[in-house]
Design a protein around this ligand. Sequence first.
Ligand code: LHQ
Length: 264
Amino acid sequence: MTGSETVLVTLADGVLKLTLNRPDKLNSFNEEMHLALRAGVERAHSDAEVRAVLLTGAGRGFCAGQDLGNRDPRKGGPAPDLGHTLDTFYNPNLRLIRSLEKPVICAVNGVAAGAGANIALACDIVLAAKSAKFIQAFAKIGLVPDAGGTWSLTRLLGEARAKALTLTAEPLGAERAADWGLIWKAVEDGDLMAEAGALALSLANGPTLGLGLTKRLIHAAATSSLDQQLDMERDLQQIAGRSDDYAEGVTAFLEKRKAEFKGK
Ligand code: LHQ
């Protein structure tokens, strides 16, 4: 195990598991946890041994967003510059997660509130325990949604649901979140980590070069025309078609055996 105590980091069989670890505070973010998460995701970018990431939380919550204890207005002084906090801590992590060309699985083990919910939504495949809830808590404390929430919610759900969730701060249960297409799946609480771990392992053993290029295409689709997207598919298929994994995939198919992908 490496990393700061606030994010537990393990690498096994190509899966880098990052566990937010401030359970007494429902894994809300302080500066140390931001930096520890950043170090973990940076490692996922640079370490070729890492072929998939699994993000989850320790204890009964996934993440309750910003640690509000760090922002006690009763202590006086000038109002904090939250834009600076976003620029310095949240946004670099959001960008690192979104730009990682390896699968990122999120196992939402309990409540995901504020920026905690939106960090989960930045991941590629989100599984949640049936008891987990997603709360756009910002409106309760006079803030606007951040950590990419207005972007993710609007794309994933459309304006009507994005607005209702953010303006009311009503909790959204995992099963409804899955029915709405906000997340991939709600699973029995006791099965969450086994199921998320198996998914991460299976993706880590997959053709991760092609999976990374697939992510790039899906991300581009939100702002491309069909013509642009067809051109991009052509270009990236050219790259995938030259990969060892493609040769191995076709060979394994013809030989009626399981492919052994290397991510190259
Ligand atoms: C917490 C927190 C927490 C500290 C639970 N902080 N201790 C904000 C500002 C700056 C920069 C830019 O970005 C942002 C983004 C944001 O994320 S704003 C949104 C911040 N988050 C929230 O407003 C959520 C606050 N938490 C809650 O509403 C509840 O705790 C939820 C609904 C998440 C869970 O409720 P319960 O299951 O009833 O648990 P609890 O409230 O009893 O919490 C358990 C403990 O965790 C408790 O501590 P204690 O010492 O009393 O046992 C809480 O104080 C602590 N905790 N969230 N964000």
